[in-house]
Design a protein around this ligand. Structure first.
Ligand SMILES: Nc1ncnc2c1ncn2[C@@H]1O[C@H](COP(=O)(O)OP(=O)(O)O)[C@@H](O)[C@H]1O
Ligand SMILES: O=C(CO)[C@@H](O)[C@@H](O)COP(=O)(O)O
Length: 564
């Protein structure tokens, strides 16, 4: 009798469940649900207004979606729920929340309902940049060796700046919280009743090292004396490797989501990292791009080297036995969404509607007719800051070369190209510092949605791109880890390597660089690099000065005196 595993991918806007047949490697059914509260970046459910750079979610949504998407995949597939042997989840990260000892999120307590700090801080919450700046300054003055493992800087997206922001702006929330926890670990706590923090988020987002643990209490004290014992008081030193079984599905949750109690549940994982074995990559030299709202770039290495501006290198952080490297771009699809939502004339929207296609598709169709370089435009892709290689959320976007004749599709294409140049910067930096990238693999929403974009990435990087056959690659990876938690004796796998040999599939069609495009893009990329270094490496900090003026004028937070 065939056995099944369920993978749940918690994305930025929605969660998707995938039911995987472990005998045939077939993706039997999937189901998606948007988070009822969505991303809260302007106000809380009760109307409380949020300052700029904030991005919150409601933790109740993460359970709510399970009640729909799990019964849905069982119903659609007609599979007997008793044949499901494993569950794995992956999440965006660092997506964190304050909770009480029993797991109750602070925002669920009536007295904290209107306090933004009591909610989930989503990965793209960038309002902890002052704390990140200060942390980097202090760590660098103290010669903390962990900085090198994070490309020289800790991002404002990561856990410690976020916790420190809570302490600075809402000390009562900090006090009231018994724990701060990654959302991925919180969902596992809800599913199994066990707090089993995973090594991936701990390593990449919480400055934890397999052999050295967290930074010292002295370091945390140097940040703020109230943080001296933050690890022991608010986090945990018990960290579990990926592939470990976190526990078994509790009766209460099983009843709620329509499954059998006792199913093996894997420790939590991250959407980017979980995707690597899901495209069949289990050795160095092959970079996987998870392309959607943002792009995460992950690659394995057999040594630990310091690559400037990478998000992190973590031993066993992706699969056991290798150093997992991560880099990323904080906004990619989000930039195109911004353009579509804010900068497209009504005529375009009408045309798209009449033809029954999305505005993205219409712009892409028009932009496909342009040759590389034809628009005379060049853009910087920092509309949500720069995560790699500059690690600076205070940088902003730029479009150069506009004229009175510039068309929306030209700007749309220039924005796509800018994100491809951002990826090329990352690849070049890895190559330069000894992590060779010989092959590119892609998964996520964008390869499905936009072949023109994929061709531009192949031309700009001059690398052939292989694409995952699954349109739910992170969920597939999560299901594979769920099957590893179940173990071979229950119809699963003994290791993620075993699963990676038989489950993943790639599309037959690949995106191959086109020589004449490669040549023009090489010239354009050199121009991008000049702009990148001029605005991003301190020659002209105009972006930060503008942001500073904006903050003072909008009076949301004290002006920043230093930009690091
Ligand atoms: N045809 C398109 N071309 C380029 N981008 C698109 C297109 N359609 C949607 N998008 C962008 O894709 C992103 C969503 O990607 P997806 O991978 O589905 O989600 P997520 O990153 O949340 O997992 C959105 O930011 C949206 O703007
Ligand atoms: O930062 C990470 C992983 O490290 C991602 O979770 C984050 O970029 C969000 O990814 P999505 O674009 O929503 O898939």
């Amino acid at each position: 009798m065939a056995k099944f595993s369920i993978g749940i991918d918690y994305g930025t806007e929605s969660a998707r469940a995938l039911l995987l047949n472990l005998d045939t490697a077939e993706e039997v059914a999937s189901s998606t649900m948007n988070y009822p509260h969505g991303v809260m970046d302007e106000r809380l459910p009760d109307g409380t207004v949020l300052p700029q750079d904030w991005a919150l979610e409601h933790p109740d949504d993460y359970i709510e979606v399970l009640k729909k998407i799990i019964p849905d995949v069982i119903m659609k597939s007609g599979v007997n729920k008793d044949d499901v042997v494993g569950i794995g989840i992956d999440f965006t990260a660092c997506t964190m929340l304050p909770i009480k000892k029993d797991g109750t999120p602070l925002c669920d307590l009536p007295e904290y309902k209107s306090n933004p700090h009591a909610y989930v801080k989503l990965w793209k919450h960038h309002a902890a940049q002052p704390e990140a700046n200060m942390l980097n300054k202090i760590a660098s003055e103290r010669g903390e060796d962990f900085l090198a493992r994070y490309g020289g800087k800790i991002s404002s997206e990561w856990l410690i700046p976020k916790i420190w922001q809570i302490l600075n702006e809402a000390p009562d929330v900090y006090e009231e919280a018994d724990k701060f926890i990654e959302a991925t670990d919180w969902v596992i706590l809800k599913l199994t009743g066990n707090e089993r923090r995973n090594s991936c988020t701990a390593g990449y987002k919480a400055i934890w090292h397999k052999r050295k643990g967290y930074p010292s209490n002295e370091f945390f004290k140097a940040l703020d004396k109230r943080l001296e014992n933050v690890v022991d008081e608010k986090l945990s030193r018990d960290i579990y490797p990926l592939g470990t079984k976190a526990g078994e599905l509790t009766e209460e949750m099983a009843n709620m989501i329509g499954l059998k109690p006792g199913i093996a549940v894997a420790v939590g994982n991250v959407d980017a990292h979980v995707s690597l074995p899901a495209v069949g990559v289990a050795s160095p030299g092959k970079m996987v791009m998870i392309m959607g709202t943002s792009i995460c770039h992950v690659v394995l290495g057999d040594k630990e080297v310091e690559v400037p501006g990478m998000c992190g290198v973590v031993e066993d952080g992706i699969v056991p036995g290798y150093y997992g490297y991560e880099a990323g771009q904080s906004a990619v699809g989000d930039i195109f969404a911004w353009f579509v939502d804010n900068c497209v004339p009504d005529g375009y929207k009408k045309e798209a509607e009449e033809r029954g296609i999305s505005v993205h598709q219409l712009l892409t169709e028009k932009a496909s007719k342009l040759k590389p370089g034809e628009s005379g435009l060049l853009a910087l892709d920092w509309l949500n800051g720069n995560r790699s290689v500059l690690v600076d959320a205070d940088l902003t976007g730029l479009i150069l070369g506009l004229t009175l004749r510039t068309k929306p599709e030209e700007i749309y294409r220039a924005l796509i190209e800018s994100t491809a140049y951002g990826t090329r910067m990352i690849i070049d930096t890895f190559n330069e510092y000894g992590i060779k990238i010989d092959e590119l693999y892609a998964c996520g929403g964008l390869p499905e949605k936009n072949p023109m974009l994929m061709q531009i990435y192949a031309d700009v990087t001059n690398l052939e791109i292989k694409v995952s056959k699954s349109n739910q690659t992170p969920a597939l990876g999560a299901a594979m880890f769920g099957a590893v938690a179940a173990g071979k004796e229950n119809g699963g796998f003994d290791s993620i390597f075993e699963a990676a040999k038989v489950i993943p599939k790639l599309k037959d069609e690949t995106f191959k660089p086109i020589l004449e495009n490669v040549e023009i893009y090489e010239k354009l990329f050199q121009e991008y690099k000049l702009l990148h270094d001029y605005f991003g490496r301190g020659a002209n900090d105009v972006m930060k000065r503008l942001k500073n003026i904006k903050e003072v004028v909008s009076d949301v937070r004290e002006p920043k005196t230093t930009c690091i």
